[in-house]
Design a protein around this ligand. Sequence first.
Ligand SMILES: [Zn+2]
Length: 270
Amino acid sequence: MDTLVVYESAVRYCLCMADAPIAVPQRSTDPAARLIEDWADNYVPGAPPHNSLYPGAVPYLALASQWRPMTRLANPCYGNPLPSINGLAVHCTAAFPTNDPYGVANYICVPGWNARVASAHFAISGNGTVIQFIPTSYSAFAQGRGALERWLSVEIDNPGLSPDSPVLANEAQIKSAQKLFAWVCKTFTIRPEVAIGHLCGDSAYDNITRTVCSAGKLNPGPSTVAMDALNSRGLSCHRWLAPGVKPCPGAGLLSQMLDIASGAATLVGR
Ligand SMILES: [Zn+2]
């Protein structure tokens, strides 16, 4: 819901309750959090007030309503200013079934992130809504040191299962991921293709990595050297950037990396 509507509703409620205080928007002491708060307080779809905010996204705080308050992302979950950006890293929420935008933000993402001091720049819900949590001018804590300082991150609402039982992201989610990656490519001058994938020694996952990395025109395909993946540019994923930590984003999304990158290439005219 539009935050203005939320506040108008709150004001009307307060006028009916003569002794009740009028709600004042909360303000964080963290500069990255304040960018998201300012956007949510004056949210107009497609017109964010800062170039670190994706025009196709909804700020997570704007998903709140009078009856569905939003848990706030704690200040430690916002990282330092990002000096440069190599590309976008795909993650899964590990949730099943897929959730609506409010559910993804308030139940799947924020409470767990606050508990673990984790975060991601974006999430994509089951209906393809892109939600932004962290401005792209600051790092998120999605994929470990060395990668978090250089890669943006998106959590796609998908269970992230193994190659034995892969679950694909739906069409709305893939279309939204293509548009998001196209915006990342245009905004940060990044080639719209799959980055160097990391071959981590698990043959079932490595076979998928070889397939999705085979179509690159500029990147030289997958590598067994972890730093090759970390230093590359384009569309990457948690598994390639933090090998051995966990098999995020799972076999389904891993197999769709080329769909996301090639769709973005069409959108940016490459
Ligand atoms: Zn992940």
